[in-house]
Write a protein that binds this ligand. Structure first.
Ligand SMILES: CC(C)(COP(=O)(O)OP(=O)(O)OC[C@H]1O[C@@H](n2cnc3c(N)ncnc32)[C@H](O)[C@@H]1OP(=O)(O)O)[C@@H](O)C(=O)NCCC(=O)NCCS
Length: 171
């Protein structure tokens, strides 16, 4: 099976916050941002596996700073680990005020996508080899994050999450 690098799935997306994207405070609605993040994650997953893929889960999203009406949204997405049929995608989001020329962090999240065959069944994805220090850190943590997700989804018994248990016991 082919081996890919995280940089091969790198996806950058920009959006402008328009009035129809905002809540009553004049900030970007969280749901709209999640929609754009899902698209960016889906593109990154597609670049990695070159097959149709579907959102399986979204990790907790906490919004550090609201993105204001008229500001630009920057979303960066990259596959940080490939398992058997699933891929974990790391996303970073910033807002940018073009008038006052500054950028600010909005949030960070992990999405999991599953590649599907023509019958809609999960299919194997290429494996992934991290290159940079940041990519290696994300790659190592992905196994534990996957175990947390599968436990929460009722698809793994906590006792089977060996790497997660070892990590928690070491802390
Ligand atoms: C995601 C989906 C394809 C998984 O199918 P499934 O029959 O549960 O398949 P499996 O249990 O064999 O799991 C397939 C892969 O999905 C992963 N997976 C399943 N549920 C998961 C979850 N809640 N979180 C993270 N990964 C999950 C499994 O770990 C497995 O990955 P691996 O092969 O790399 O080990 C299926 O649940 C589905 O179609 N869900 C609806 C997705 C959807 O509609 N998304 C759009 C948003 S509404």
């Amino acid at each position: 099976m082919e081996v890919k690098k995280p940089s091969e799935s790198f996806t950058a997306m920009n959006e402008l916050v328009l009035p129809n994207d905002t809540n009553t405070f004049g900030n970007l609605m969280g749901g709209r941002l999640m929609y754009w993040m899902d698209i960016a994650a889906g593109i990154a997953a597609g670049k990695h596996c070159n097959a149709p893929s579907m959102t399986a889960s979204v990790d907790n999203l906490s919004f550090k700073n609201p993105i204001k009406l008229g500001n630009v949204v920057h979303i960066e997405a990259k596959v940080c680990r490939a398992f058997n049929t699933s891929m974990e995608i790391h996303l970073k989001v910033w807002g940018e005020d073009l008038l006052h020329q500054y950028k600010y962090e909005s949030n960070e999240a992990f999405f999991t996508f599953v590649a599907l065959d023509p019958n809609g069944k999960p299919r194997q994805v290429p494996s992934l080899t991290p290159e940079t220090d940041e990519e290696k850190l994300l790659y190592d943590g992905a196994l534990r994050r996957r175990q947390i997700r599968l436990i929460l989804a009722g698809k793994m018994k906590p006792n089977d999450a060996i790497e997660l248990k070892a990590f928690l016991n070491a802390k």
